[in-house]
Design a protein around this ligand. Structure first.
Ligand SMILES: Nc1ncnc2c1ncn2[C@@H]1O[C@H](COP(=O)(O)OP(=O)(O)OP(=O)(O)O)[C@@H](O)[C@H]1O
Ligand SMILES: [Mg+2]
Length: 248
């Protein structure tokens, strides 16, 4: 479904990713972990062509999207739903407008059908009937759910989640994780989650990729990663700092 080959990216004098390669199969749920600032969001943005690499290839269903024009990219992006790190809702719009607006702009559907589709996805994220609320009236967890409803309204084949549980309490985090699994199973989507929440990683990751020092430092099943004896992997999983290093 997704294949990244030898992807390299830098911003000015800041090298972020170097020679990163991996594959994600159809229907898999893969969690990408790694320290803050290691390039997880940058990597996700390459998968939908929001960023272009310095070198390397990004294949989506065997199609190389590197160097594609905007028109073609739009076509490929329709395969994706993305839940951004900040949920990114428009405060001036109602929930229904937030969830439906891109969809409405792109598909010439009667408004009754769009209303129905919006109601359907709000139902799927356990927020039925909140169409007329404003984002400012919602809790953090509810905003994430609305962001997710918007991500799946196109019935995408792949959903990308950037830090879906960051900033939420453990109970709400668990409920969001359950929702991600529900969406995966009901819509049979390929799921890619970026997080540094180890509990989410455990719950969601059939396979885990750990980014470190600009590369995929470790890759394996959840069991393999959680039982790894590598000191860098262990320190990350257990959240222990190295006394010889400085952290900012
Ligand atoms: N558009 C950009 N222009 C310049 N530098 C950028 C840009 N986007 C990201 N970076 C840099 O790339 C590096 C990786 O950033 P990224 O946002 O991918 O980190 P992250 O792993 O998602 O971190 P976090 O866990 O805090 O979200 C950082 O050093 C960041 O400053
Ligand atoms: Mg990030």
């Amino acid at each position: 479904m997704i294949e990244v080959r030898n992807l390299t990216k830098h911003f000015g004098s800041n090298p972020v990713l170097k020679d990163v390669s991996f594959r994600i199969e159809k229907g898999e749920s893969v969690v990408i972990i790694g320290r803050s600032g290691c390039g997880k969001s940058v990597l996700l943005k390459h998968l939908i062509g929001l960023l272009q690499p310095d070198a390397g290839r990004v294949l989506i269903e065997s199609e190389d999207i590197v160097g594609m024009g905007e028109r073609e990219l739009l076509r490929v992006r329709r395969k994706f739903g993305m839940l951004f790190q900040s949920a990114a809702l428009f405060d001036s719009m109602t929930v229904a407008e937030n969830v439906g607006f891109a969809f409405r702009r792109e598909r010439a559907l009667p408004s009754r059908e769009i209303r129905q589709r919006v109601a359907e996805v709000l139902e799927m994220v356990d927020l039925p009937g909140i169409e007329n609320k404003k984002p400012s009236e919602l809790s953090g967890g509810m905003r994430k759910r609305v962001g997710l409803a918007r991500a799946i309204i196109y019935r995408p084949a792949i959903v990308l989640y950037d830090e879906p549980t960051t900033g939420l309490d453990p109970i709400v985090s668990d409920s969001i994780d359950q929702l991600i699994l529900r969406v995966r199973d009901r819509l049979s989507v390929t799921t890619v989650v970026v997080t540094h929440d180890m509990r989410s990683t455990r719950r969601l990751g059939q396979r885990i990729l750990m980014l470190h020092n600009r590369q995929i430092y470790a890759a394996g099943t959840a069991d393999e990663i959680f039982h790894s004896s590598d000191p860098i992997v262990r320190r990350f999983i257990e959240g222990v700092s190295d006394p010889k290093e400085l952290y900012f």
